[in-house]
Design a protein around this ligand. Structure first.
Ligand SMILES: Nc1ncnc2c1ncn2[C@@H]1O[C@H](COP(=O)(O)OP(=O)(O)O)[C@@H](O)[C@H]1O
Ligand SMILES: [Mg+2]
Length: 445
């Protein structure tokens, strides 16, 4: 067969300039999947996701479970387009294709899928799926004969070594919106649900997360780990343990506490030691250890927040419906801060998750006022070339103008639990439910 003789590069070069989808499918896709490490019996064409057919699904053979035969547990989806579809970032066709891929990735027969690729042979982009969260694992990259072997090799390397953890920065450039409370209770509920969790107090001036859990502050060890090549961040870990009624059993998640030494240093001094990528680099081992890494940064856009957002795959943004600043700050983070970090990091991450409302009672008239404010924010953003709709109203479609925003209600036992040094979700049934809903809404499949 010619396929075994033709290289991926040659296949690309042989494609007609305006190759439509069936031609890309026949002449390019098999070579691409082979270069990504899949044999022909590991590839299923027109795979039924349960929500439409994706062009190809793939999974390596496990003992004698051959994907093409059992059709179960796909690992990667490939959605192909012809060269008549423009997949440059931000074209309408690109958006539509990404949307289509996301739908397939979340479809019932794709629970085990971890990766999705879109390509028309001129562009290619890799996406990671972690639970319910889908985020870019590469930028949308142009393909040509000179770079294709390298680009595809780097994609193969990622899909063969998936990081275990999803790293989440819980950020809003406004204080008092519930960042720390969300971090603690999300860490606690994910732990309860069987996940391995690391939470990082990256707000050395407030130290709220560390004191919420009654843990000792670090006195220079986090600083050392961040600034010295040979010291691992793990050396500063503290377990938080919550005993269960069953004998000899407990819940446990790990904390990196706030470091006093980081409070004293000036911003200028810190910038000499701490680069944008410092925290990201130091989390390399943790990304293979934990299911979730949660980072609680300060409410500003200075060095700790920048490092935290750089380290993250996704940014979770708590807001308050009755606090215009928290809504505007969410918009600024999405329009300005996060893209700033994206351009430095150059792998397509981090991406913002939709906002949620935290910790206020909301009446119907208040909702109307809030919607007016959000509409103004959306309008301003549109003039500046940003579509913020998916981040404010994630359920909104043209067919179904759904304006629901997820809420963690105001609840005295959430605030009160701080004094007990125990996450509210371990003490209180309602708090438990509220944060389980948050975890399900955003993270769990
Ligand atoms: N859902 C909630 N219900 C009641 N009180 C809350 C809720 N979320 C946060 N709080 C309280 O609001 C205050 C600010 O929350 P915090 O998490 O410290 O915000 P941030 O970290 O953004 O500054 C704290 O006193 C906290 O206990
Ligand atoms: Mg805080």
């Amino acid at each position: 067969m010619s396929m075994t003789l033709t290289s991926l590069r040659a296949a690309l070069q042989s494609l007609p300039e305006n190759a439509p989808e069936p031609v890309v499918n026949d002449l390019f896709a098999p070579h691409l999947l082979r270069a990504l490490g899949f044999q022909s019996e590991e590839i299923h064409p027109e795979y039924n996701t349960g929500d439409g057919d994706v062009d190809k699904a793939a999974r390596k053979t496990i003992k004698d479970d051959i994907f093409l035969h059992t059709k179960s547990n796909p690992y990667l989806l490939l959605e192909l387009k012809g060269r008549d579809i423009n997949l440059s970032v931000n074209t309408a066709q690109y958006q539509k294709t990404v949307h289509q891929l996301k739908r397939y990735l979340l479809a019932p027969n794709c629970q085990t899928v971890q990766w999705g690729i879109i390509t028309n042979s001129c562009h290619i982009q890799l996406f990671r799926k972690h639970g319910k969260v889908i985020y870019p694992a590469t930028q949308c990259l142009p393909l040509d004969a000179d770079n294709i072997d390298n680009v595809v090799a780097s994609i193969r390397k990622k899909i063969e070594n998936p990081t275990k953890a999803l790293t989440i920065a819980i950020y809003n450039n406004k204080g008092g919106v519930g960042k720390t409370t969300t971090t603690v209770n999300l860490a606690a509920i994910l732990t309860f649900l069987g996940k391995k969790v690391l939470a990082i107090d990256f707000d050395p001036n407030q130290q709220d997360l560390t004191s919420y859990l009654g843990l000792p502050l670090s006195n220079g060890s986090v600083f050392e780990a961040l600034t010295e090549r040979n010291i691992e961040l793990q050396s500063s870990l503290h377990p938080y343990k919550f005993p269960l009624r069953k004998v000899n059993s407990e819940l446990r998640f790990d904390i990196i506490p706030a470091d006093l030494k980081l409070t004293d240093a000036s911003e200028n001094l810190l910038r000499n030691y701490l680069k944008f990528h410092t925290l990201y680099d130091k989390l390399e081992f943790s990304r293979q250890e934990y299911d979730y890494i949660l980072i609680d940064p300060p409410p500003n856009w200075r060095v700790f927040s920048q490092l935290a957002v750089y380290a993250a795959d996704v940014v979770l943004i708590p807001t308050k419906h009755n606090n215009l600043f928290s809504l505007e700050n969410a918009a600024i983070a999405i329009k300005k801060f996060i893209p700033e970090v994206q351009s430095q990091k150059a792998d397509g991450s981090p991406i913002p998750l939709p906002i949620f409302f935290n910790g206020e009672k909301i009446t119907l008239p208040q909702i109307a006022v809030t919607q007016q404010e959000i509409n103004n924010i959306l309008k301003t953003a549109k003039k500046e070339g940003f579509d913020l709709l998916p981040y404010f109203y994630p359920k909104y479609t043209n067919a179904n103008k759904d304006l629901r925003i997820h809420q963690v209600p105001s609840y005295a036992n959430i605030a009160g639990s701080v004094f007990s040094r125990i996450p509210a979700v371990y003490r209180d049934r309602s708090a438990h439910e509220y944060y389980k809903n948050l975890a399900k809404e955003y993270f769990l499949q």
